[in-house]
Design a protein around this ligand. Structure first.
Ligand SMILES: C[S@@+](CC[C@H](N)C(=O)[O-])C[C@H]1O[C@@H](n2cnc3c(N)ncnc32)[C@H](O)[C@@H]1O
Length: 204
């Protein structure tokens, strides 16, 4: 399937922004490791589709915080979608690596999409009170819940892209945290899910 078929639900402007992002990613990836080089030939399926599927789960928001953004997945894709479909929504990317932050700011500038990039460690950033939190390939579910209670509004939603071990991580996290969750089947990997999590409280 071509990238035009996959992204046939967005405007020409959004599609061009995604193309600008991919062009920059490919260029910068030869100098700094933003995504595994082996995934570049499937960048639209592996990274853009994987990220865009989160937007459909929470397409109306005020403040979305993506933690450990790296090369911008899923946060930058969310910001590009929000520019078309959720103009009142603002996206913040938290990433501790300065060079990756320079890349994230460059993509924001070149696509004309307003994003805030915070180049600090997640645990040191002042609480963000976000209504949506996201993360991909950052840490265990337990670690993600710890970060989320710091940065998420108590009524907010967290969306975590999780691979084949998600069930095991869920059982481990239940020992330390109370939360409600729903596992949505990933569109890009039959073994992966998007865990939609809310009502997070530490077990006393
Ligand atoms: C494996 S990469 C995943 C990047 C991106 N989310 C993706 O899926 O392509 C994890 C990223 O999180 C960042 N990171 C790890 N721990 C962090 C922390 N405590 N605070 C901020 N960034 C962190 C790393 O610098 C790295 O760029």
């Amino acid at each position: 399937m071509s990238k035009n078929d996959i992204f046939n639900d967005v405007s020409r402007e959004t599609f061009e922004r995604l193309e600008t992002y991919v062009d920059l990613l490919v260029r910068w990836n030869s100098k700094i490791n933003l995504v595994s080089k082996t995934t570049i030939p499937q960048v639209w399926e592996r990274h853009l589709t994987d990220s865009a599927q989160l937007f459909s789960l929470s397409s109306t928001f005020t403040s979305w915080v993506d933690m450990g953004s790296g090369g911008g997945f899923p946060g930058l894709v969310i910001a590009i979608y929000a520019a078309e479909f959720c103009s009142e929504g603002h996206v913040t990317l938290i990433e501790s690596d300065q060079r990756k932050c320079a890349f994230l700011r460059t993509v924001g500038r070149e696509t004309g999409v307003d994003v805030t990039v915070i180049s600090e460690r997640i645990e040191s950033v002042p609480p963000q009170n976000a209504d949506v939190i996201s993360a991909r390939a950052l840490t265990s579910l337990d670690g993600l819940l710890e970060f989320s209670v710091r940065h998420m509004d108590p009524n907010g939603t967290a969306l975590f892209l999780k691979g084949a071990r998600w069930n095991l991580e869920l059982e481990e996290a239940k020992r330390l945290w109370r939360f409600r969750y729903e596992a949505h089947q990933s569109k890009t990997d039959p073994e992966a899910v998007i865990l939609e999590v809310g009502g997070i409280e530490r077990v006393q």
